[in-house]
Design a protein around this ligand. Sequence first.
Ligand SMILES: *Cc1c(COP(=O)(O)O)cnc(C)c1O
Length: 226
Amino acid sequence: MLTPALDAVVQRIENAARQYGRPARLLAVSKRQPAAAVAALAAAGQRAFGENYVQEAQGKQAELRDPTLEWHLIGHLQSNKAATAAQAFDWVQTVDRAKLVPLLAAARPDERGPLNVLIQVNIDDEASKHGCRPEDAGALADAVAAAAPRLALRGLMAIPAPLEDMDRRRAAFARMKTLFDTLAASHPSMDTLSMGMSEDFDLAIAEGATMVRVGTALFGERAPRS
Ligand SMILES: *Cc1c(COP(=O)(O)O)cnc(C)c1O
């Protein structure tokens, strides 16, 4: 049974998918939400969850012990956490520099199969933001692809600037889609474009997102940063 919030988000995704002719997957962003909130959505059928911190995710995994859940790291990855991340997650969406590639590949346990990787792109060229420059994404994609079969290059991720002007947000999503199509032409394993959050995921789907990352619209407000 769907919870009302999950039902509403799934409806919004399905409406956009129908309108624009492209399906999108829902990543439930559970950062700063208790394990019980994850369990409630899992009971309603949601499988993929996104976390910003390696340790916080590990705590919830230990509490829930549910091997059917799929965990995505969507927060900035420090080099000294790369090995733990390669073991604790099914996907790392925030690979933004070449240095991380051998660290993730070396630490990925054979029995877990490939670690799914998205390259994070700083699409609005914000000085304060993580993510590689769009012009560097190709070289990074090549490096991740070369680390198969420990790593699987699945696509790109972006967090566009939270502009008031929705047309400019939409333009950033469109630039990501163009970059994605260019790189996917030489990397057939790329099937995922992760963009769009609670406020704007309909627009992101309109521009080609295949995965949307939704927190607040599913769980309500988060606990304050501790
Ligand atoms: C927190 C977060 C989200 C979810 O944001 P909401 O506005 O709560 O939907 C999505 N992506 C990333 C990278 C985040 O850090």
